[in-house]
Every structure is written in structure tokens, then in C-alpha cells.
Design a protein around this ligand. Structure first.
Ligand code: 5GP
Ligand code: ZN
Length: 113
């Protein structure tokens, strides 16, 4: 399958991995929009939040466990951070393999555009 995040998750494309376990992989965004911008990506190819079903919902809880761990390790936990999932075109999703942005290291703006 021609999916960039599947290729990163299975090692076909080499990227510095910040965290990995049997369910997810985390690495820095290639085009960071904040001083800390990490992508947390389930290894299972799920297109978007709209396609989640069954056991996938436990996987998303696991993603938040990893986000909390990384936020602490990367020093953005106390100041605060943001976890973002973009879904489909109007939501700003450009890679059709579900992923969560962990953003921090600056004061984030609200509301988003
Ligand atoms: P989306 O817009 O789908 O929510 O987020 C996709 C993100 O993936 C973007 O922030 C983009 O910069 C990032 N991205 C796209 N291709 C690559 C890649 O090959 N490597 C890394 N590290 N990030 C990528
Ligand atoms: Zn994929």
C-alpha cells in the first residue's frame, strides 16, 4: 500500500523514532508548526477518525497514554500542549492514515482557523 505513514511505521522509510511499541510509533513532523511537533501514529492503517471501529477505540486511548508520556519527556507537560486530530478535507487532513499531532513549546492560539 502506498501510504507514507505505513512505510514509516514498518521501517521502509527511515525516520528518527521518538517512541515505538507494538501499537504506535511517534516521530517529529517534517514541517513543524510549533517548537515541539510530534506525530503519534497507530501502526494499523486506519484512514481517519471516521473509520474507527471496535477495538480501535482502545487504541486511541493508548495514543493518549503515549502523548502524556512524550509531553513529559519533551518538557512541555507543565506549560501545556495540544493534541490534534484532523479528519478529512475540511478538517485539514492531508495524510489519510490516522495520526495525532502533539504540539507545544509555545503559547498555542485559540480558536484554530
Ligand atoms: P494532517 O494534515 O494530515 O493532519 O497532518 C499530516 C502531517 O504529516 C503534516 O503536518 C505533514 O507535515 C506531516 N508529514 C507528511 N509527510 C511526512 C513525512 O514523510 N515525514 C514526516 N515526519 N512528517 C510528514
Ligand atoms: Zn497507512
Amino acid at each position: 500500500m502506498d501510504c507514507i505513514f505505513c512505510k514509516i511505521a514498518n521501517g521502509t522509510i527511515k525516520t528518527e523514532i521518538l517512541y515505538e511499541d507494538e501499537k504506535v510509533v511517534a516521530f517529529r513532523d517534517i514541517n513543524p508548526v510549533a517548537p515541539v511537533h510530534v506525530l503519534i501514529v497507530p501502526k494499523k492503517h486506519i484512514e481517519s477518525a471516521l473509520k474507527l471501529e471496535g477495538e480501535d477505540f482502545n487504541l486511541i486511548g493508548h495514543v493518549f497514554m503515549v502523548a502524556k508520556k512524550l509531553a513529559n519527556e519533551l518538557g512541555i507537560a507543565e506549560d501545556g500542549f495540544r493534541i490534534v486530530n484532523n479528519c478529512n478535507r475540511a478538517g485539514g487532513q492531508t495524510v489519510m492514515h490516522i495520526h495525532f499531532h502533539l504540539l507545544g513549546g509555545q503559547d498555542m492560539q485559540w480558536p484554530p482557523g
